[in-house]
Design a protein around this ligand. Structure first.
Ligand code: HEC
Ligand code: HEC
Ligand code: HEC
Ligand code: HEC
Ligand code: HEC
Ligand code: HEC
Ligand code: HEC
Length: 259
């Protein structure tokens, strides 16, 4: 491992030298990556900080697996081709897929969660509902049960990236064009300033988790009313589409448009 690290360090040094006088770290372009032998880019985490908050990796799956494992464990290249060319969008194994969610069925039962509605979180006494195995319902999405008194968006840990959590049960939104325009988008600096201002003015939380990007829970509040105590973060719970603010006011939180 040490040796590999050193090799990559050396490679990046070469890249810096070749690039001439550079500011900061020289990142290869996608064109350069595609032109190089795949093993040169095997260390995905060097460029993509995706070990947390993506799909879980470094786990040993149970049962038969058609995709490749390393030492019996899932890694980035279990699902992705390592060459930045093959597989279509996102270089997914078995791809191209018309939508990313189609790859899930290669390992997960499409009805694995059938009958579980994780948005029903409290029992008739107002206590956190238990699911199969006696575990609190929260752990369908969170690593541990968060404490609504103290935990904020920055504190809670997820079992996977928010998108992956929701896709476990949901098809992509019916309005795919709208989703495509928003999902994974990083608002500009100006828009983030507007969001901050409007969050305060409208007393609502518009969380950009993780990586300051728009995700499902930016617009939707998946919690049942009564779970989240902070007023701004609790908005939208249990409303029909679980929108944090009814549309079209929702749009105005981010877009400086007049209605
Ligand atoms: C030397 C840096 C580097 C390494 C190492 C690297 N990548 Fe990339 N990767 C990039 C760059 C640059 C892009 C293009 C980013 C963009 O277009 O926004 C990219 C794009 C991607 C994309 C598509 C992103 C998108 O939004 O369409 C995926 C998926 C990806 N890489 C996965 C991997 C995996 C898996 C590995 C390990 C096998 C890996 N990368 C190794 C630099 C790297
Ligand atoms: C279980 C399968 C799976 C594993 C394991 C996995 N990915 Fe992905 N990855 C996906 C899927 C599916 C998408 C497309 C998501 C989408 O449509 O937004 C994706 C998208 C990406 C993207 C581009 C989209 C984005 O969020 O910017 C990058 C970069 C990426 N993966 C890198 C990695 C790296 C690095 C690892 C290892 C730490 C990894 N992936 C492990 C399934 C996987
Ligand atoms: C290569 C096989 C593979 C693919 C493809 C795959 N997963 Fe997984 N996934 C696993 C394994 C193995 C685990 C960990 C064991 C477990 O808990 O079932 C896991 C765990 C998860 C978790 C963490 C929570 C949980 O149920 O343990 C989520 C959420 C998840 N996957 C969603 C997805 C989604 C969404 C896709 C498609 C975009 C996908 N996975 C594609 C194998 C896969
Ligand atoms: C369907 C997935 C899902 C389930 C189930 C879930 N959560 Fe969450 N939770 C999220 C997401 C996504 C966020 C990040 C967005 C946000 O801050 O509201 C979050 C954020 C939070 C926060 C931070 C809110 C803040 O004030 O910033 C708390 C506290 C929390 N959850 C508590 C819980 C508790 C307690 C349970 C179980 C009773 C639970 N969650 C069940 C998805 C879920
Ligand atoms: C374990 C499965 C599961 C997970 C995970 C899950 N949901 Fe749901 N969701 C459901 C079920 C079941 C319903 C109720 C369906 C109904 O009312 O017809 C639902 C309903 C919804 C609705 C209302 C649907 C409508 O037609 O009005 C929204 C919005 C929603 N979920 C968003 C999310 C988001 C966002 C996430 C991720 C943070 C998520 N869900 C995670 C199972 C899930
Ligand atoms: C930029 C805001 C935004 C983002 C991001 C977003 N949604 Fe939506 N979502 C909406 C709006 C607006 C509606 C339409 C509500 C209505 O019909 O009144 C909706 C509707 C839905 C519905 C109800 C049924 C349907 O398909 O229309 C579900 C389920 C849903 N979204 C899930 C998701 C999931 C899962 C993600 C992440 C992959 C996501 N949403 C991302 C704003 C958003
Ligand atoms: C959380 C912030 C957020 C919310 C809420 C939101 N948007 Fe966006 N929207 C964005 C971002 C980020 C983009 C990506 C392009 C950009 O940066 O302007 C985008 C892009 C778009 C685009 C594509 C055209 C373009 O400017 O690139 C349209 C159309 C759009 N949004 C309409 C809406 C409507 C209608 C709503 C309400 C239903 C809405 N948005 C809610 C953040 C948001």
């Amino acid at each position: 491992m040490k040796h590999t690290k050193f090799t990559f360090f050396a490679l990046s040094l070469v890249a810096v030298l070749l690039a001439g006088p550079v500011t900061g770290i020289a990142q290869p372009t996608l064109r350069e990556i595609r032109a190089s032998p795949p093993e040169k880019y095997a260390d995905c985490l060097r460029c993509h900080d995706y070990e947390d908050n993506h799909h879980p990796v470094n786990i040993k799956p149970v049962g038969k697996m058609t995709f490749p494992l390393r030492d019996g464990k899932m890694t980035c290249i279990t699902c992705h081709h390592g060459d930045h060319i093959t597989g279509g969008r996102f270089y997914l194994r078995g791809g191209p897929y018309s939508q990313s969610r189609d790859i899930c069925g290669k390992c997960h039962l499409s009805n694995g969660h059938a009958g579980v509605n994780p948005h029903v979180m409290l029992d008739e006494n107002g206590a956190v509902r238990k699911i199969i195995g006696g575990l609190p319902v929260c752990i369908i999405c969170h690593v541990n049960t968060p404490d609504p008194e103290t935990d904020r968006t920055e504190d809670v840990q997820f079992r996977a990236d928010v998108g992956f959590l929701c896709w476990r049960c949901h098809q992509p939104m019916a309005n795919t064009r709208f989703l495509h325009e928003h999902f994974r988008m990083r608002p500009s600096y100006e828009m983030r300033q507007d969001i901050k201002k409007n969050e305060e003015a409208m007393n609502v939380l518009i969380p950009l988790v993780p990586r300051d990007r728009v995700t499902c829970s930016t617009c939707h509040n998946p919690h049942q009313e009564g779970v989240i105590l902070r007023e701004a973060a609790a908005k939208g719970a249990d409303t029909p589409a679980k929108l944090r603010i009814p549309s079209p006011r929702l749009c105005v939180v981010c877009h400086a448009i007049k209605l």
